[in-house]
Design a protein around this ligand. Structure first.
Ligand code: M6R
Length: 615
């Protein structure tokens, strides 16, 4: 995800640009595709901007290419961009400026009404040059500027719909750095000889541990020797807090592992995946990446989903959704099998590749094969600009933010969410009723809140992990939408805790795995109150008869289930098709706590790589 840094030194400091770039580099772990900065050159009396696609090191090369002459850069704004609106190009990289190149701004978040604002600004004569939503903010500030940057920002902000964390400088009010926040994180670091503004504590921690976290609606105006925080026109008095973490912890948001951070990030990552994509009133999904092939999509006769590991399980859930609501027959293939089994493809087949990293060799191989056979390819990819995203041509980005823990968690819930949006999109093209469309849309919008509620189970799940940590085998069972969740729960447990776990369809129990059951082989059964509830209850009874221990994931309010379970974890109710997004959360937490209690290395489990770029 994007990263923001603002830097303002209290004294004339020829090293300030280097310090700003070092702070920006501490946000590299978040992932990005381009970077840039702009600063006030106090000697030349001009604003200098540099941007480049790729790593920050490339930006540094540009700086060094200028003879590495010391500059009195103060203030500076810096940015790493993870593309959301507009392709990965230098023009789209931040900072962005107004018409006259006097106001420069870097932004995190999404301005949802930027199309409307852009049109109005253009009608008023503004010239915008990028495809980004961010650029409109610089022009809005220009519109209100009459000598005081802080005032102009304050007047422009109410016109923006969406989220932002932003930093701004201006040639006509040069000794000032203004920052504002709504929905995207932003903090002010109070250093001895400098102030910093950043989207993440990791950027400031080498300079100071004294920070003020801005709240939504707040703005800070910083000059070399003072700062003031306001909300509207009211000055806010805020006490600095001390960051207790060291550098590595800071990147994990204070959590002991990236995996836990990413599990807890899910309300936000799901929100990012659905932002601007749900038309609640119309009961439709708006998916910008596929709007160009809208007509072609109407003609699709079958879908084949190809993916690996966790992404494959997301694809299996997608099959249930796309068939039930999208109205298209779907097959799901392990990408590693797909091209070796001579699949039958034609122009009316759409192959969907699902991948977090966008670099998985098997998935890439599968879509190359499908392309050669004339199929339409659609990528559901998290990493912008990755090989699969490029090879797919059309696609839907997850926008879940970088996933660093090897065990995939937030990517999974995001992939399932995107597949739900796609089912809604195709369904509404093919006769899904307005009422049903509205119901699905409304429930998709409530997912971040439902997942947040489910995360409150963390302590309860940790307790449960304490009870079960010494068992060496587990069976995970689920049916229909929750069969793939059982597979995913088992995969999570085995990959990070090295405990043997099998995922099975609850209906398959009696066809074999039941032979494993005894008092030493616990089962985790996903049994929400849905259309197959009674069938899954029978399966639990069969385990109980054989003295097997059972942990049940059930829907809130189901008291009866306690009679046949050793332990129950309650999850909130949602539409059956969306249950996996909620039911997987306790399984992720269970795997995490089991691994932590057994002392395993969680973020980099043995033998595994984050991107599997070999066949
Ligand atoms: O980057 P991708 O989504 O293509 O990766 C696919 C699998 O390699 C990945 O999901 C893997 O199974 C994870 N370790 C699961 O946690």
């Amino acid at each position: 995800m994007c990263g923001i840094v603002g830097y303002i030194s209290k004294e004339r400091n020829p090293n300030s640009l280097r310090l700003g770039l070092e702070a920006l580099k501490r946000l590299e772990y978040r992932g990005y595709d381009s970077a840039g900065f702009a600063f006030w050159d106090a000697e030349k009396k001009e604003i200098v901007c540099q941007k480049s696609v790729g790593k920050i090191a490339k930006l540094e090369e540009k700086v060094n290419g200028n003879g590495n002459k010391p500059v009195l850069a103060n203030p500076i704004i810096l940015h790493t961009r993870w593309a959301t609106t507009g392709e990965v190009t230098e023009i789209n990289a931040h900072p962005h400026s107004d018409c006259a190149g006097k106001i420069w701004l870097a932004h995190n978040g999404i301005i949802e009404n930027f199309h409307v604002l852009k049109q109005k600004l253009e009608e008023e004569g503004h010239k915008l040059s990028s495809d980004t939503d961010t650029e409109v903010i610089a022009h809005m500030i220009e519109k209100f500027f009459s000598g005081n940057l802080e005032d102009a920002v304050r007047k422009a902000l109410p016109y923006l719909k969406g989220t932002y964390g932003l930093v701004v400088i201006s040639k006509d009010d040069p000794e000032k750095l203004v920052a504002a926040k709504l929905g995207s994180p932003l903090l002010v670091g109070l250093g001895e000889n400098e102030y910093l503004v950043a989207s993440d504590p990791a950027a400031v921690i080498a300079h100071t541990k004294k920070v003020i976290y801005l709240d939504d609606g707040e703005m800070v105006s910083i000059s070399p020797n003072s700062f003031s925080i306001t909300k509207g026109y009211n000055v806010q008095q805020k006490k600095p807090e001390n960051i207790e973490w060291d550098m590595e912890d800071a990147q994990k948001g204070g959590h002991p592992h990236f995996m836990l951070k990413e599990i807890l990030d899910q309300p936000e990552s799901i929100n990012n995946s659905i932002r601007g994509r749900v038309l609640a009133e119309e009961g439709k999904a708006r998916l910008g990446g596929i709007r160009y092939i809208e007509d072609k999509l109407r003609e699709v006769e079958k879908i084949k989903i190809v993916a690996c590991g966790t992404a494959y399980y997301a694809g299996l859930i997608g099959k249930y959704m796309l068939e039930e609501y999208g109205g298209v027959p779907v097959e799901v293939d392990l990408a590693s099998e797909f091209r070796y089994r001579k699949p039958i493809l034609d122009k009316k087949t759409m192959v969907i590749a699902v991948s977090q990293s966008g670099e998985t060799a098997d998935t890439l191989g599968a879509i190359k094969e499908a392309k050669e056979k004339g199929a339409m390819i659609l990528g559901i990819v998290n990493a912008v600009g990755s090989a699969i995203a490029r090879e797919s041509g059309v696609g839907i980005y997850n926008h879940a933010g970088p996933e660093i823990g090897v065990a995939s968690t937030k990517a999974f819930t995001s992939q399932v969410t995107i597949l739900a949006l796609l089912s809604l999109y195709l369904g509404r093209q093919r006769g899904l009723s307005l009422v049903m469309g509205q119901r699905i849309a409304k429930e998709i919008l409530s997912l971040p809140g439902l997942v947040r509620e489910t995360l409150n189970l963390n302590d309860r799940v940790r307790e449960l992990a304490g009870k079960y940590k010494d068992y060496d085998n587990f069976l995970y069972l689920g049916r229909k939408y929750n069969l793939p969740v059982a597979l995913e729960g088992a995969l999570k447990l085995k990959e990070i805790s090295y405990i043997h776990a099998e995922g099975y369809g609850a209906g398959e129990m009696k066809h074999g795995p039941i032979a494993l059951i005894d008092e030493n082989f616990p089962s985790i059964v996903i049994c929400p109150s849905d259309s197959v509830y009674d069938k899954v209850v029978s399966c639990i009874e069969q385990i109980r008869c054989r003295k097997g221990k059972v942990v049940v994931i059930a829907t809130e309010g189901n008291e009866n289930i306690k009679k046949i379970a050793d332990d129950v974890i309650y999850i909130p109710k949602t539409l059956e098709m969306l249950t996996p997004i909620v039911s997987v959360v306790p399984l992720q937490l269970f795997a995490y706590h089991m691994a932590a209690l057994r002392g395993c290395e969680i973020d980099k489990p043995r033998n595994l790589a984050k991107s599997v770029t070999v066949e």
